[in-house]
Design a protein around this ligand. Structure first.
Ligand code: GTP
Ligand code: MG
Length: 226
């Protein structure tokens, strides 16, 4: 896929301050330190477009990155009577979310983020793809199950949103060899997906380090814009 240009647009902390929904949007969600910002960079072929850190809790706002320019690719799409803006994957936003589960964030802040995130998933009309990231070495945390349930409810009525589970850091499973994910983690994830209403949605193993899964993620990205 052709990435001509990527720029950081803005960070949002509320529904009121989101950018205009004039193009499709792809969101990255997952626990703190799982590798969201790193995968945003991988998708864009950039080293430090989104800031990453060894320490959890780096991303503190909904960060919007504009991929390519808007000019010339505006398209209106109708869903019945409703006009839903552009669907052209040549021009879209990537949205890097704050991670959940980071101990040093106050309870109030956590609740604010998860409330904002739920409302964002529910109401954001130009949302096309949700990449839900899970660390391939550590597997699920309880918040992951909440996200699955939420996505199951919200996106069952919004058939046009692609929801994809992304297993991250697949290069780091030293005992198994590069690019492998343990059967145990895989089985747990599949079971959790089934039990939380998102069975049958795709799973992809990735590594921002080796660029494994890059083409696959682009594939799902494009599918979400069909
Ligand atoms: P928050 O912003 O805190 O929610 O974290 P994040 O999910 O954005 O994680 P980030 O991309 O900042 O990555 C966290 C750490 O994991 C960094 O030290 C990255 O270099 C490392 N990391 C991310 N992806 C990979 C990967 O595919 N392989 C390896 N080996 N390390 C990775
Ligand atoms: Mg981050």
């Amino acid at each position: 896929a052709l990435v001509r240009r990527t720029t950081f647009l803005k960070g949002s902390v509320s529904m009121q301050t989101l950018p205009k929904p004039d193009r499709g949007e792809v969101a990255f969600i997952g626990r703190s330190n799982v590798g969201k910002s790193s995968l945003v960079n991988m998708i864009c072929n950039r080293k430090a477009l989104a800031y990453t850190s060894k320490r959890p809790g780096k991303t503190r706002e909904f960060n919007f990155f504009a991929v390519n320019d808007k000019e010339g690719v505006m398209k209106e799409v109708r869903y019945g009577d409703e006009v839903r803006g552009v669907r052209d994957f040549d021009c879209f936003y990537l949205v890097d979310l704050p991670g959940f589960g980071y101990a040093k964030v106050s309870r109030e802040q956590k609740e604010e983020w998860s409330e904002f995130q739920r409302e964002y998933f529910e109401k954001r009309k130009n949302l096309r793809v949700v990449f839900h990231l899970i660390d391939s070495r550590h597997g699920l945390v309880s918040e992951d199950l909440r996200i699955m349930r939420e996505c199951s409810t919200i996106f069952s009525t919004k058939k046009d949103v692609s929801y994809v589970i992304v297993l991250t850091k697949a290069d780091k499973n030293d005992k198994l060899g590069r690019g492998k994910v343990s059967k145990n983690v895989m089985e747990n994830v599949r079971t959790a997906m089934r039990e939380n209403g998102v069975g049958g949605r795709p799973i992809i193993a990735t590594s921002a380090e080796t660029k494994m899964g890059r083409d696959g993620m682009w594939g799902y990205l494009k599918e979400g814009f069909k």
